[in-house]
Ligand binder design. Structure first.
Ligand code: NAD
Length: 339
């Protein structure tokens, strides 16, 4: 049994808590949140202990009973919490983005290595059935090499962040770092190392900086990609994800439109493969909640003493690096060349 402490009882902390409940070899041991009422409410729901901050948790007499920490706090607290967690010798899952800067990411990676703990970043598209299936088809070579991939994520402005931390660019990095990073991470996973980045965006300092951004990427192996993301949509605009991969002998397409947000993510939209010989097929995509797949993978790596090989902190750093380059490009209206 792996005992988990979740830091942050907000939107994603609650998603993770409800997910661990479905995992047989996981138990929620503690919930940490600076808002007592909120933290206690979630802790009570799972019969867990409540702590108001990470230091209280790490100094508790029962800390030895906790196997790992799931960091679901606002992004500007990620590096501080990840480093404290690693220094306490605890493995951790941390929500994306890994941190706000590469300097912070490097300090996290250094602390993980020094303390010999395991760490994973919540890049959930790497656990999402349709995104996995599309990559499997590309990797199989069934419809030839990939030539171009498009990945999109659009949503209404988030209205749940505590103290509106998401609308402070210094605290969240705006929609570019909070949302667009998902698609950039996926394109790296699918197409490899990015080398040239050119982005454009809509800047609104009242909603976190870059609220809408498009990014053109050239990859080392010659493939190209394009991603679009933003949270400036209003009213009843549905949460939208689109994936389109053009390969030498066909195209893979997935268009997903949910309700207001990802909690209504369980509706099924077919992934379709259009072959160049005119045939169209719908591959079987086994439906499983991506957050469950993600948390289960993390728990099983710890329980069965396996190294974390998916969504590693090195992957989290690469996605952060590309996203920061996209932000720089959009702001300075230049092309960024990555080493
Ligand atoms: N993977 C995904 O699809 C996904 C979706 C949403 C959010 N996220 C990420 O998850 C993180 C949290 O986002 P959210 O939407 O849940 O935010 P949120 O504002 O809903 O929740 C954050 C929680 O952290 C608590 N908190 C703040 N400071 C704290 C402190 N010092 N100690 C303990 N608790 C503290 C707040 O009280 C709040 O309950 C962000 O990094 C975000 O980018 C990921």
């Amino acid at each position: 049994m792996i005992n988990v402490a979740i830091i942050g009882a907000g939107y994603i902390g609650q998603v993770h808590a409800n997910t661990y409940k479905q995992i047989n070899n996981a138990r929620i041991f503690a919930i940490v949140d600076s808002i007592e009422e909120k933290g206690k409410k979630l802790a009570d729901q799972f019969d867990a202990n409540y702590f108001s901050n990470i230091d209280e948790l790490l100094n508790d007499k029962n800390i030895a009973d906790i196997d790992c920490i799931d960091i679901c706090s606002p992004t500007f607290l990620h590096s501080e919490m990840a480093i404290k967690t690693a220094n306490a010798g605890k493995d951790f899952l941390i929500e994306k983005p890994l941190s706000l800067s590469l300097e912070e990411a490097d300090k996290i990676i250094e602390a993980v290595k020094r303390n010999k703990v395991q760490a994973m970043v919540g890049h959930v598209l790497r656990f999402w059935p349709e995104y996995i299936k599309a990559k499997e088809i590309v990797d199989s070579g069934d419809i030839g090499k990939p030539l171009f991939a498009f990945s999109e994520r659009l949503t209404v402005t988030p209205d749940w962040h505590v103290n509106k931390w998401g609308f402070d660019e210094k605290h969240s990095g705006g929609a570019a770092l909070d949302l667009h990073i998902h698609d950039l991470d996926y394109l790296i996973w699918l197409l490899g190392k990015p080398v040239i980045v050119k982005s454009q965006g809509v800047y609104n300092p009242k909603l976190g900086g870059l609220v809408h951004i498009t990014t053109n990427i050239e990859f080392k192996n010659g493939f190209s990609g394009f991603a679009e993301g933003g949270w400036s949509f209003t009213g009843n605009f549905p949460f939208t994800m689109v994936l389109r991969i053009i390969c030498e002998n066909g195209t893979i397409e997935w268009v997903f439109r949910a309700g207001k947000n990802i909690e209504e993510r369980n509706q099924k939209n077919d992934l379709i493969v259009y072959r160049s010989d005119g045939s169209v097929y719908v591959p079987n995509v086994e439906q499983k909640d991506p957050f469950l797949t993600e948390c289960e993978y993390f728990i099983n790596c710890l329980d069965f003493n396996r190294p974390i090989e998916k969504a590693t902190i090195a992957d989290g750093r690469e996605s952060l690096k590309l996203t920061l380059a996209a932000i720089e490009s959009a702001k300075n209206k230049n092309t960024v060349y990555l080493k």
